[in-house]
Design a protein around this ligand. Sequence first.
Ligand code: NAD
Length: 388
Amino acid sequence: MINGEKKVEQPIRWAMVGGGRGSQIGYIHRSAALRDHNFQLVAGAFDINAERGLDFGINLHLDSKRCYSDYKTMFEEEAKREDGIQAVSIATPNGTHYEICKAALEANLHVICEKPLCFTTEEAKELEALAKEKKRVVGITYGYSGYQAIEQGRQMIANGELGEIRIINMQFAHGFHSEAVEIDNPSTKWRVDPKIVGPSYVLGDLGTHPLYLSEVMLPNLKIKKLMCTRQSFVKTRAPLEDNAYTIMEYENGAIGTVWSSAVNAGSMHSQTIRVIGSKASIEWWDEQPNQLRYEEQGKPVQILERGMNYLYPQALADDRIAGGHPEGLFEAWSNLYTRFAMAMEEKDQGRQLENSWYPGIEAGVEGVRWVENCVRSADNGAVWVDYQ
Ligand code: NAD
């Protein structure tokens, strides 16, 4: 049970790059980081527009001197202070992640980076090596993985409750961009510009989320080959896709699919993962995130609810309130930010976290690698490609 008592000795002095006024994702970063007092927001370069960023930082009760015009100045100036920042979250459009993450690691900061970590596997591996050399944590905000139902699924699979795993069906297919909404919406505009979003739109923006859920639930699963086809139903988005299907063959003989889409008209989110074993299946849907559907062959369906004593202790560990009360995305993110903080403290003390996982740099590398392989397959005529 999480009740607000400290998990780290001192709140980690923390800053943000991006996530400023009007941004889509900035507030949930701050809410998740600050909720359990594991982090203290002391500085920021919140906005591409320095004046607006300063005004925003002041409105967050920050010292105006620590609201910087850009991240480079922030890293330089904070390094001169005794009480300078120890960690930074990067919540800017995709095309900036690589350079900001690299600069943060070079400044000896722990990093929490939005997905995708960068655009190529080569860059991702470079960042991984740098994080290792500098002994810094890089957390990736695959926020949905912080739900307790995902942990429950992980434990059920590990304990053989599903039998041998055969099929993993995943999707993240919303309908919000069924029309060219990017014409009037700055947060969507950069998402369909290859210079800023990278080599894909929905594969990276959406598909990597359920993909990471499969990595959490099935940590030993390895992709052997995949095939992907991608479409731009709103023609002006080409060459970037607003819909894609990926089929994956895994090394253990299992098969998986990911449907990534922003043109699933009428759908709110439709992110699901269904894991099918030889004895039973589980299914999780992000619109009912406190529930895990458990279907044993030949028996009635069971809906497992968060907060109930029949769950594994690992799933109950993140309870913040008794079962029956809904928890949501903000709690899921807070769970991850708590783990990021604990990992940072352990790293600073030269210890290794035991019995804990969080989306780290390997998850960042894997997301970039998966997108790269999907694009290679799709752009060669939707052919099967060996996973590289
Ligand atoms: P957005 O366009 O709504 O906001 C971007 C913010 O970054 C703005 O405040 C902008 O002024 C600021 N900014 C841009 N360049 C900057 C720079 N060089 N220095 C400082 N600030 C800068 O974007 P968004 O939708 O919030 O997405 C941001 C990132 O978060 C993207 O990488 C996106 O993929 C990711 N994201 C992740 C999730 C998730 O579930 N993990 C959800 C949404 C977005």
